[in-house]
Design a protein around this ligand. Structure first.
Ligand SMILES: Cc1cc2nc3c(=O)[nH]c(=O)nc-3n(C[C@H](O)[C@H](O)[C@H](O)COP(=O)(O)OP(=O)(O)OC[C@H]3O[C@@H](n4cnc5c(N)ncnc54)[C@H](O)[C@@H]3O)c2cc1C
Length: 297
């Protein structure tokens, strides 16, 4: 199907994009990699009256380390991330970037666009939630910074205000002795997850000093599984403590029963993915280099 007619505006800078957005009002939308927006327009699930294309703005595809954080520019693609120094230092970023769809989608789609889309089954939100992530927003009247947890408000809904654009994401660099892992179950490569688990741990010897757990595709927004993290913190990581925390993770969500599976099936996926992710995260926290891949049906 063809999209409904729209006007096209090419932005020269993000400031220009924010000004055009403010001028054109809520019927206008930014276009970055187009990997979410264009399919939705073709299905007529989204019909913006105007597109403001930020995809040609130079210098926005950066991923750089600065002041203890990684700054991810508005046009950093999934492929840029998979090949970045950030992903070498923080392997959970690589797990996510390298596992999204196929080469074409990874070469066009952006990390920032993915967060702006707030698709409940998107891969980036759970991963960036277990790391400390701030969203930098820009509007005509100035800038502001929000924590990612407060930024994602509902399915396909963020805290972006009218006329505001996302400038970059800032991800706090992880400390020595910590490691993470992101695993998803997907029916095949170019589809969204049926369920996914992100885990980031900090260890002191065999003991888990700090844990963060987030689940994807099992609710309208990513679930920060606080009880599961608490079940790990302060305990030695062994089969018993991990099983207890896996149970807490499964209990923290109410997955929708849909074409991807029943509620109980998805809870079972969460338990399995969680157990595997914790074990990989712990090995990485101990300095081991471990490669993982999502599970495909
Ligand atoms: C076949 C296929 C399979 C896919 N599989 C997966 C998958 O397994 N996992 C996954 O996570 N994703 C998947 N995706 C989506 C992909 O990751 C997209 O790249 C991503 O969701 C959106 O990034 P984009 O740059 O393409 O954004 P666009 O499609 O251009 O825009 C998406 C939304 O973000 C807004 N936006 C973009 N940039 C900004 C900004 N700077 N400020 C404010 N708003 C902005 C747009 O207005 C729009 O509403 C898939 C896509 C396709 C086509």
């Amino acid at each position: 199907m063809y999209p409904r007619p729209f006007t096209y505006h090419r932005a020269a800078s993000l400031k220009d994009a924010a000004a055009t957005l403010a001028e054109l009002g809520p019927e206008a939308k930014l276009l970055a990699g187009g990997q979410s927006l264009v399919p939705l327009m073709k299905l007529r699930l989204s019909s913006p009256a105007a597109l403001i294309d930020v995809g040609h703005i130079q210098g926005l595809n950066y991923i750089r380390a600065e002041n203890g954080a990684f700054r991810i520019g508005a046009l950093a693609r999934h492929t840029d991330m998979a090949q970045s120094a950030a992903a070498r230092h923080v392997p959970i970023l690589h797990d996510c970037a390298a596992g999204i769809a196929d080469v074409q989608v990874r070469n066009w789609g952006t990390v920032v666009g993915s967060i702006a889309e707030a698709d409940p089954t998107g891969d980036w939100a759970p991963v960036l939630l277990v790391l400390d992530t701030e969203v930098e927003c820009l509007a005509n009247h100035g800038r502001r910074s929000l924590g990612l947890a407060g930024f994602i408000q509902d399915a396909f809904t963020t805290a972006l205000r009218p006329g505001e654009v996302m400038q970059e994401l800032r991800v706090k660099a992880t400390e020595r002795g910590s490691g993470g892992c992101y695993l998803a179950f997907k029916r095949c490569a170019p589809v969204y997850a049926s369920a996914s688990v992100a885990v980031q741990l900090a260890l002191e010897g065999a003991t888990c000093r700090q844990a963060r757990v987030a689940l994807g595709a099992v609710a309208l927004t990513p679930v920060v599984a606080t009880e599961s993290a608490k079940a790990l913190e302060g305990s030695d990581l062994n089969a018993k403590s991990i099983a207890r925390a896996a149970e807490a993770a499964a209990a923290s969500c109410e997955p929708p029963c849909d074409g991807r599976g029943s509620t109980e099936y998805k809870r079972a996926l969460i338990r399995k993915l969680f157990t595997q992710a914790v074990n990989v995260a712990a090995r990485r926290a101990r300095g081991e280099s471990v490669e993982v891949s999502h599970h495909y049906a």
